[in-house]
Ligand binder design. Structure first.
Ligand SMILES: NC(=O)c1ccc[n+]([C@@H]2O[C@H](COP(=O)([O-])OP(=O)(O)OC[C@H]3O[C@@H](n4cnc5c(N)ncnc54)[C@H](OP(=O)(O)O)[C@@H]3O)[C@@H](O)[C@H]2O)c1
Length: 265
């Protein structure tokens, strides 16, 4: 039986190629697509593709009136949480691509998902190379005690740090907290120039034209340094396969799974 899927953010940079990829599979069925600015427009016209048979909905609430197994969210930091809660409360599983959710939000989402007996898979980055960055950085954190993270994104990205960086910080903190030779609170000069502390890790966010999403974990040791860096390109294709994998697997879980590597065999 096919899995019925709704995409919130279907007209976006990731949403568009995701709609196209999903509609060309044999096991997934696109039954809902949300975009406020395109509400009522047929996907057939939007994509110039005859095989699409639905119109854009204005909201997740409206789109989920059609029986749906999984909601994918690629929207924005200020709406993702409400969308996820709406879906969970209707018994719909969720795959979260949007960034901006905090550790506290994830705790709340996990609790709600368990209460409603549904699965949620969230990944700060659904690209395989980002999963590898996480793995390699976690390995380095076992051996090196000092590290900080630099989060790079385009100047129009409103949330900070990026989902990629948040998840990396969360994962590294599960290994251990980095050591600080000089406490941040005792910084002489501008304390904020030492960045923000997330999960016990110093994070520095840059928002500049020409970046897409990059993250750099820098490990420092006496007389040596290791930099592990991931750079996303300008296309959204790297996120598609990972997202579709999550859609296929999310019904196997109850509660929140955080990180693509957790579902990769
Ligand atoms: N996890 C990953 O691997 C990964 C990869 C890339 C991006 N992301 C994240 O995914 C999200 C989407 O990225 P994107 O580059 O595709 O963004 P985008 O091109 O700006 O698309 C955003 C989509 O969300 C909708 N939207 C925007 N504001 C909204 C609002 N207030 N309420 C409801 N819908 C809204 C837009 O349509 P309307 O304005 O018409 O509603 C559009 O369809 C971001 O949070 C980004 O950081 C994650």
């Amino acid at each position: 039986m096919k899995i019925n899927v709704c995409i919130a953010g279907a007209s976006g940079w990731v949403g568009k190629p995701l709609c196209l990829a999903l509609s060309s599979t044999n096991d997934l069925n696109l039954v809902g697509a949300v975009s406020r600015t395109n509400k009522g427009t047929s996907l057939k016209d939007f994509f110039n593709k005859e095989s699409f048979e639905l119109n854009f909905s204005e909201s997740v609430e409206e789109a989920l009136k059609v029986p749906t197994d999984v909601l994918i969210d690629y929207t924005k930091a200020d709406v993702v949480k409400a969308n996820v809660i709406t879906a969970i409360c209707k018994g719909v599983s969720v795959v979260i691509g949007s960034s901006g959710l905090t550790d506290e939000d994830f705790v709340e989402i996990n609790k709600l998902a368990i209460e409603h007996n549904v699965g949620v898979i969230a990944a700060g980055n659904f690209a395989i190379t980002a999963v590898l960055l996480q793995r390699f950085a976690c390995e380095a954190a076992k051996y090196l005690s000092h590290w900080e993270i630099i989060d790079y994104a385009s100047d129009n990205k409103k949330d900070a740090p990026s989902g990629t960086t948040r998840e990396l910080a969360y994962r590294l903190s599960e290994i251990r907290k980095p050591e600080l030779t000089h406490p941040i609170s005792q910084t002489i000069g501008e304390r904020d120039s030492r960045g923000t502390t997330l999960n016990g890790i110093q994070i520095h966010s840059l928002r500049l034209p020409s970046y897409v999403i990059s993250v750099e974990a820098i490990f420092g040791a006496k007389d040596e340094r290791l930099t592990i860096r991931h750079d996303a390109g300008t296309g959204a294709e790297p996120y598609i396969e990972g997202t579709l994998l999550a859609v296929r697997k999310v019904k196997n879980y109850v509660g929140l799974i955080r990180g693509l590597d957790k579902i990769m065999s």
